[in-house]
Design a protein around this ligand. Structure first.
Ligand code: 5GP
Length: 189
């Protein structure tokens, strides 16, 4: 069967478990889909590797990339910039690979405008209390950052209906199964 290269947007509030789901997803699928490594101005967390989790850049470098029109989309989120490298996405799609963008809502809305053929997936928590519990439980942010992320989460959750698919992250295994099902359906594999 033919492989249709698709741009896939994967969005959901901070703490919902996107990273865990994607780590499992990429172990279980073929190499016809690649993860787009974003640029960010936030500091690396313990264990995060430059060029693997993100390209960690300074604010100046990021703003230079904005001027050079390097981004398919970018957004300010919780006091930092995050952006998707346009050249990488276009190259991979031209090679026949699907590309998965793990991005927050503002960026997702920009890509929906520019690339209306993108497949859009929103991942939501079972409920808001559980989200807060997960976000606090990972101990990677200070209180101020947690509160900013929870505020952003409220807005993100009210926009879930703008996405083609919604997956509830109740258990990781079920969420990954669902993501794989959508991926195969959309890329015809
Ligand atoms: P974190 O700081 O937790 O790694 O990411 C914060 C939020 O930014 C997450 O919702 C994540 O999906 C999103 N994000 C990561 N990379 C990008 C990007 O390139 N563009 C946009 N718009 N959001 C991103």
């Amino acid at each position: 069967m033919n492989n249709k290269a698709k741009l896939i947007i994967f969005t959901g509030p901070s703490g919902v478990g996107k990273g865990t789901i994607l780590a499992d997803f990429f172990k279980r699928v073929d190499n016809n889909i690649v993860y787009s490594i974003s640029n960010t101005t936030r500091n690396p967390r313990d264990g995060e590797i430059n060029g693997m989790h993100y390209f960690f850049v300074s604010k100046n470098e990021f703003e230079k990339m904005i001027k050079e029109d390097s981004f398919l989309e970018y957004a300010q989120y919780s006091d930092n910039y995050y952006g998707t490298n346009k050249k990488f996405v276009d190259e991979k799609i031209n090679e026949g690979k699907s590309v998965l963008l793990e991005i927050e809502l503002q960026g997702a809305l920009q890509v929906m405008e520019k690339r209306p053929d993108a497949v859009t997936i929103f991942i939501k928590p079972p409920n808001f209390k559980e989200l807060e519990k997960r976000l606090r439980g990972r101990h990677s942010e200070d209180e101020e950052t947690i509160l900013k992320r929870l505020e952003a989460a409220k807005i993100e959750l009210t926009n879930a209906n703008k996405f083609h698919y919604t997956i509830e992250n109740d258990t990781v295994d079920k969420a990954v199964d669902e993501l794989i099902r959508i991926y195969h359906k959309e890329t015809n594999l």
